[in-house]
Design a protein around this ligand. Structure first.
Ligand SMILES: C[S@@+](CC[C@H](N)C(=O)[O-])C[C@H]1O[C@@H](n2cnc3c(N)ncnc32)[C@H](O)[C@@H]1O
Length: 236
């Protein structure tokens, strides 16, 4: 069966490149519009069914070579989105940049919370397309950007599940230099130490569809960062 004409497949032509990329990796995988648990947000995510079967070596290789992060809603993204929806006063009327937006879940939450301008930034072109499709599914508009260095100036920078590579820890300084306020959510780095960030707490969440990650990755830490330039001025 052609996945694009499956009765439950996405009817929106804008989703076809996303569905195509997914089918290239797993022939039986499809995108389904998925309501996140305890959230008003819905996203085009991977249908969980193919995850229940064994993968061939070739499929494993393809997935590892080109991970399609955007077809999952990562545990950290869910916790950050929930925080934004519960604290709309913190971002209302502000400009917010979601670094490593993936599906766009955090950016969408910020828009729903009343941010004046939301920029979804991702180096992956398919993730940027997913952000557009998912924004439309939630009735919000996002600005899309492929490069943090050329992104518009933001009051807030938020980043969920981007520290999976330790090399990305250097971004913490960059975020705090670029915005007044920063929020980082991560389940991989449990308690990083940084002079401009403080850990606010931890919340349970499960990446969706469920990758059956070990229990240690089902607890998301939230970190709040202050602007580095303000601290430098205060010290004089
Ligand atoms: C694990 S996903 C998290 C997606 C989303 N924030 C969430 O929580 O569901 C990480 C995302 O970060 C993006 N990413 C990694 N390095 C990046 C960089 N230097 N600039 C922008 N995006 C980046 C990847 O392409 C991927 O979409």
């Amino acid at each position: 069966m052609n996945h694009l004409t499956h009765p439950h497949s996405p009817p929106n032509p804008a989703l076809q490149p996303l569905q195509h990329a997914l089918s290239q990796q797993l022939h039986d995988a499809r995108l389904v519009l998925t309501h996140l648990p305890n959230s008003p947000i819905q996203l085009w995510l991977l249908d969980a069914a193919p995850l229940r079967r064994a993968f061939t070596d070739a499929e494993v290789q393809r997935i590892q070579n080109e991970p399609l992060y955007w077809c999952f809603c990562w545990a950290s993204g869910q916790v950050m989105a929930q925080w934004l929806l519960e604290h709309p006063d913190r971002v209302r009327g502000k400009t917010l940049l979601d670094f490593g937006a993936g599906s766009g879940v955090v950016a969408i939450a910020a828009a729903l919370a009343g941010a004046a301008r939301v920029i979804a930034c991702d180096i992956d072109p398919l993730a940027r397309q997913a952000c557009v499709a998912n924004a439309a599914a939630n009735g919000v508009t996002l600005e899309i950007c492929d490069n943090f260095d050329t992104a518009p100036k933001a009051d807030w920078i938020v980043a969920a599940d981007v520290l999976y590579d330790r090399a990305n820890l250097c971004w913490l300084d960059r975020f705090a230099q670029a915005a007044d306020e920063v929020m980082v959510a991560d389940s991989r780095v449990r308690d990083f130490q940084h002079p401009h960030y403080q850990r606010l707490g931890q919340a349970p969440a499960t990446t969706w569809p469920d990758l059956e990650e070990s229990a240690e990755f089902r607890h998301v830490s939230l970190y709040y960062g202050h602007a580095i330039r303000i601290a430098a001025t205060d010290s004089h």
